[in-house]
Design a protein. Structure first.
Length: 119
């Protein structure tokens, strides 16, 4: 089983969020924020029935339900880092992201609306 992600230092998160409002976000900030918010999601929605992928930075398995052990999970969500951070911070809603094609979700429980925003 993969190691759980750990939330970042709150000061680092605040600084990275402040720098994010540019046309070309820094990859280090995107990585930090992506992993931070995926770690928060792991804490708030523990489980293994949905895999949330934010390539190339990280993926986690979350949401209570049937435990997934091999192959592709029954539910998969994939998005880019900028979209994931917007969803996690509440600047973008799940329905808005789906309607705009910014998130790909398949399978049962592949809707993170009950868990978003994260903070």
């Amino acid at each position: 089983m993969a190691a759980r992600l750990r939330p970042a230092d709150p000061a680092e998160v605040s600084e990275a969020l402040a720098r994010l409002d540019t046309d070309e976000p820094d990859r280090a900030d995107l990585r930090l924020l992506t992993k931070h918010y995926l770690a928060v999601l792991e804490d708030r929605a523990p489980g293994h029935s949905v895999e949330v992928r934010v390539p190339p930075y990280a993926a986690v398995q979350v949401v209570p339900g049937v435990r997934h052990t091999r192959g592709t999970p029954p539910a998969v969500i994939e998005t880019d880092a900028v979209t994931w951070i917007a969803l996690a911070t509440g600047t973008l809603t799940w329905p808005e992201a789906e309607a705009a094609g910014r998130v790909r979700a398949s399978g049962e429980r592949a809707d993170l609306t009950p868990y978003l925003p994260l903070g």
